[in-house]
Design a protein around this ligand. Structure first.
Ligand SMILES: Cc1cc2nc3c(=O)[nH]c(=O)nc-3n(C[C@H](O)[C@H](O)[C@H](O)COP(=O)(O)OP(=O)(O)OC[C@H]3O[C@@H](n4cnc5c(N)ncnc54)[C@H](O)[C@@H]3O)c2cc1C
Length: 456
């Protein structure tokens, strides 16, 4: 065998698997294949000047490369089983939490010391939410911030680069099952290994589908979350964000009984573009460094859509809706809440007069031409519900950016060791459908590494 273990994908799942494998066993031969670039070579060409919007690079530096999709993220590590993935269904709740705490410890040892850990335990906000038909989910949140998150990744890479063979700009094309191991095929040659960890995240979702198809590994997919990113003056949410940093609040709509939830809250943050498979959607982040903070807070409001048989292409559905906003606005559309309620388009004049200054240059438009009625109605209901716990949320000038989509990778059929039907072939992180967060993806990496080392 060329390697004891080959890891495919250098996102949090792959990085923490490599970290744990090499921590005390530096004699193991490990390779990490990554389709993107090294961390310091990850540069998105959008500069707001010459390149204003996404030009669809073959290799998206925001989503791919060392650090994975989370490299330029806000670095919020949520330590909870309430959201962020279903790792606990495979390995148990206690173990899942203890692995997330272990990842937190590694982050602190690699540059994250001094960052704040927020918690929902004993908060009075929970009661206020309940009184207004809202549910605050339990979690502890380590907020690294975009800047410290980057430093942690730099430090982890400095430690790992001599212990494992990192091959950047090397997408894996196929995996073959050989006698007692696997052959990993790239454009620059093929390599054999005894164990293989696949951790290709959301950007690798299409490739994962083809691998599962080729190897006849069962999968299922039926969920997509669709909605908008809300941006408003930071003061309006400061009583929530100062205490909890990120509050995950859920609301069940009266009309359709759909679940709408807040997601990825960024106090004093910025709204950003995100490119998924060539489609421009919206996201947000914030910095720990006060100099980089803005006057606004942003968060997503998402409606979960679960499809039943015979429809299987939930991600295709989400993509089609995001494409509509790209078609109308050339990218992301922004609309004032007041204009949405009055049934009119936001134009440049109305946006310029708004008291909320947008942190993302997006085309003013009409989200009701993009989002299905059921989803838009749910978002409007939730904005009015949030207005009761954070008055001002339903102000005319509250900005809504669309479309925000959370694609869920298909769920791969795995056993309680996160192993496919082939012994030694593990699928982890967001690409497996088991996780959809930094902490869960990282914890899944540590888990399979310990599984391989016989330490679980
Ligand atoms: C803008 C943004 C902000 C976010 N903020 C947060 C946050 O604050 N908190 C949170 O919990 N989550 C956040 N997330 C989600 C989080 O980043 C992901 O849940 C997490 O990165 C998943 O880790 P992963 O290792 O499973 O996959 P990824 O991080 O997606 O990494 C997978 C890697 O595999 C590589 N790859 C794909 N296909 C191949 C192939 N065929 N061969 C080789 N390599 C391949 C990709 O290039 C990528 O680098 C955010 C995501 C984005 C995009």
């Amino acid at each position: 065998m060329d390697y004891d273990v080959i890891i495919i994908g250098a996102g949090p799942g792959g990085i923490y698997a490599a970290y744990e494998l090499t921590r005390e066993h530096s004699d193991l031969k490990i390779a990490v294949f990554e389709s993107g670039n090294e961390l310091h070579n990850r540069k998105c060409p959008i500069d707001g000047d010459k390149v204003k919007s996404c030009i669809g690079c073959k290799n998206c530096s925001i989503m791919s490369g060392f650090g994975g999709a989370g490299a330029f993220s806000d670095g919020k590590y949520n330590i909870t089983n309430d959201f962020g993935g279903t790792l606990y269904e495979y390995i148990g709740k206690e173990k899942a939490i203890s692995l997330m705490e272990y990842v937190d410890k590694i982050n602190l040892e690699h540059g994250g010391e001094g960052t704040k850990l927020y918690s929902t335990a004993n908060t009075s906000i929970k009661k206020v939410c309940m009184q207004n038909k809202l549910k605050l989910l339990d979690a502890s949140v380590r907020h690294l911030g975009t800047d410290i998150n980057y430093v942690v990744l730099e430090n982890l890479y400095a430690e790992l680069k001599d212990k494992a063979d990192f091959r950047f700009l090397t997408p894996v094309r196929h995996i073959e099952v050989n006698d007692g191991g696997f052959r990993v095929i790239t454009d620059n040659g093929s390599y054999t290994c005894s164990k293989c960890i696949v951790s290709v995240g959301r950007s690798g979702s299409k490739w994962m589908e083809s691998v599962c198809h080729e190897l006849d590994i069962e999968t299922k997919s039926n969920r997509v979350d669709l909605g908008v990113r809300v941006e408003l003056p930071a003061e309006l949410f400061s009583h929530l964000t100062d205490e909890l940093y990120e509050s995950k609040i859920v609301y069940r709509t009266e009309k359709f009984e759909d679940r709408v939830r807040t997601f990825c809250m960024n106090p004093r943050g910025s709204v950003v573009n995100e490119n998924t498979n060539g489609i421009v959607t919206v996201n947000g982040h914030s910095y720990e460094d006060p100099a980089k903070q803005t006057e606004n807070t942003n968060f997503a409001l998402l409606v979960s859509k679960h499809f039943s048989e015979p429809f299987k292409d939930s991600n295709g559905y989400g993509e089609s809706i995001a494409r509509l906003s790209n078609m109308l606005g050339g990218g992301v559309i922004v609309q004032r809440f007041g204009d949405l309620i009055r049934g009119r388009r936001t134009n440049h004049k109305r946006l310029d007069q708004s008291f909320v200054t947008p942190t993302l240059k997006a085309e003013p438009g009409d989200l009701s031409l993009v989002l299905p009625k059921r989803i838009l109605d749910g978002i409007i209901e939730m904005i009015y519900a949030l207005d009761k716990i954070a008055p001002g949320t339903a102000n005319d000038d509250t900005l809504l950016y669309g479309v925000e989509v959370k694609f869920y990778n298909m769920e791969v059929s795995l056993n309680e060791r996160l192993e496919t039907k082939y012994e030694g072939l593990y699928m982890i992180g967001d690409g497996s459908g088991v996780t959809h967060s930094l902490s869960h993806a990282s914890a899944s990496g540590v888990f399979v590494a310990r599984e391989i080392l016989g330490l679980n």
